[in-house]
Design a protein around this ligand. Sequence first.
Ligand code: SAM
Length: 187
Amino acid sequence: MAALAAEGMTPDDHLLDIGCGALRLGHLAVPYLRPGHYWGTDASLALMRHGRAVELPDPDRLPLSHLVEDADFAFPGVPDSITMAIAWGVFTHVPTGAMECALDAVATRLPRLRRFLFSVFLAPDACFDGPFRQTDGVVTHPDRAPRHIRQAELLLLCDKAGLKVRQSPGRLPRGQTLWVASPPQMP
Ligand SMILES: C[S@@+](CC[C@H](N)C(=O)[O-])C[C@H]1O[C@@H](n2cnc3c(N)ncnc32)[C@H](O)[C@@H]1O
């Protein structure tokens, strides 16, 4: 919530929480946003539904139809109204090709998007091919979760998708880095 607020999110925004899991963000974002302004996607519908039932102070504030099972980052049924999107701890769990699909979908499927926040683990070139110990001790891998990526590749993927991107200066849990992408026309 703090990262989204720092990027200017207000209750009027329409948020897409990609890979939202059991609504760790949703349990704060759903009460904060105007009713109907939160959408979540995840590979597991059961996980999202469990989060809705157990984590939300008022589950009726989040229509079941706003939790979309989607393992392909295709965002089926997600409306054009989305203005903010986030993928927190998601690209750390999927291959680079899937991250590329997600960035492409964010750029093409969400015409009103202002900001897309996402976290990744980085690894320097010299250490990329094997296990790499992040600053707080988490070990990441090039080919299985938790995954790391080269910064140069991340920048290339965003560029290919037509998104501007910058790294947010704050530190994230477990040594992840936070990135803020936006369509080129957005300030
Ligand atoms: C580490 S959890 C993070 C969940 C949530 N964003 C959070 O911060 O608590 C990773 C999430 O990514 C989801 N996930 C993994 N692969 C996915 C895919 N291909 N498409 C959508 N979600 C996926 C998992 O089901 C899981 O909920």
